[in-house]
Design a protein around this ligand. Structure first.
Ligand SMILES: CC(C)(COP(=O)(O)OP(=O)(O)OC[C@H]1O[C@@H](n2cnc3c(N)ncnc32)[C@H](O)[C@@H]1OP(=O)(O)O)[C@@H](O)C(=O)NCCC(=O)NCCS
Length: 146
């Protein structure tokens, strides 16, 4: 229950009106296909990230990542993604994919800095005129750089 409240708080501080509904966050915490990490700094729950495990296709999809504004640019997002990638390898997932808004420079830079490749664009993904970039990364243990 505590994690739920913290995740809602992080969501609201990062996405405002576009935050996930409480029911969806409950699902992220309860369904076993979802893997979550919560980052803590100075006794404060400062960020969280989640991926979906597609076990049949051996793929992961990054569902969300957010760090509270006061805790940004301290490496928390990078650390959370490194942790989740290790989880993906433990579950023998080969590829992680994600979508990010074309105007979201911090997140796009984050993914590029970690070796994600842009593999496509999705017009109007976030609503009219709000396109997304589709990105992928290979997370196999013996191919961590690609
Ligand atoms: C994107 C987000 C999660 C990054 O969190 P963070 O903890 O500040 O990121 P880190 O400190 O780990 O930064 C890692 C890299 O991201 C990039 N980055 C982060 N903030 C940036 C900014 N404001 N401008 C440009 N690049 C940025 C840089 O490449 C950085 O690496 P560097 O420090 O070596 O240059 C955070 O800005 C956030 O919560 N944004 C709102 C929610 C969101 O857009 N989520 C992504 C949805 S797809």
């Amino acid at each position: 229950m505590k994690d739920l409240e913290e995740m809602i708080d992080i969501e609201r501080s990062s996405f405002g009106e576009e935050s996930y509904r409480k029911e969806l966050i409950v699902q992220l915490l309860s369904d076993e296909e979802f893997h979550n990490v919560i980052a803590e700094l100075d006794d404060e729950k400062a960020g969280y990230a989640t991926f979906f495990e597609d076990a049949r296709r051996k793929r992961a999809r990054l569902v969300t990542i957010a760090v509270k504004p006061d805790y940004r640019n301290r490496g928390l997002a990078k650390a959370m993604l490194a942790f989740l990638e290790e989880e993906m390898r433990k579950h023998e997932l080969h590829i992680v994919s994600l979508e990010v808004g074309t105007s979201n420079v911090p997140a796009t830079n984050l993914y590029l800095s970690l070796g994600y490749r842009i593999t496509g664009t999705i017009p109007n993904y976030y609503g009219k005129g709000k396109d997304a970039i589709y990105m992928e990364k290979t997370v196999d243990r013996n191919d961590q750089k690609s």
